[in-house]
Write a new protein. Sequence first.
Length: 221
Amino acid sequence: MTPAGAGAPRDELVTSAPRTRELLHRGYVWDLVRDVVELDGVADGALGSGTVTRELLRHPGAVGVLALDDDERILLVRQYRHPVEHLLWELPAGLLDVAGEPPHLAAARELAEEADLRAGSYHVLLDWYLSPGGSDEAFRLFLARDLSPVPDDERHARTDEEAGMVSAWVPLAAVRDAVLAGDLHSPSLVAGVLAAWTLRERGWEGLRAADAPWPQHRAYR
């Protein structure tokens, strides 16, 4: 609920809650930790009261790319996702697993590796947390325009699940309709397509610069 007299709501970063942390499991990509957090007296009581114990996934974060061509088609890639046992149509995306790499350069790297594409321009399209009740994974999605192919001799050799990856150019409106029909389920695709359609209707007003601040990700505060 928005306080009386306030403008649009805005999420608030809170780093002052005292905590202790225990590493329960170190994984290949993310770690499972247990935090004990003191809520009393923090943020004028907005956090609640008492001491709570929470187990959560510590994740490096990720970026994705909605690549839009001059015919208003977007580039989709299909990849097998074992946890949900589905072949999903998705947007090119990947982990922020290179220390010190700016998010927009990580997005450019993923677009080249997964789609063999380069872009002449990048803008921030959308930011969100994937599952804030149990993970700190922050995701940033970029809109990429002015596309061109990566030269054959510079293309990335895809392995593992990516080895069977196929791609397709699909009209933005058709993907929007498929999302609303419940036929597509990748979170970055669902959120990204709806955001892109909204901004398209506004003449793309509201796009942020590729290097816009991202304090929601702990590595970029």
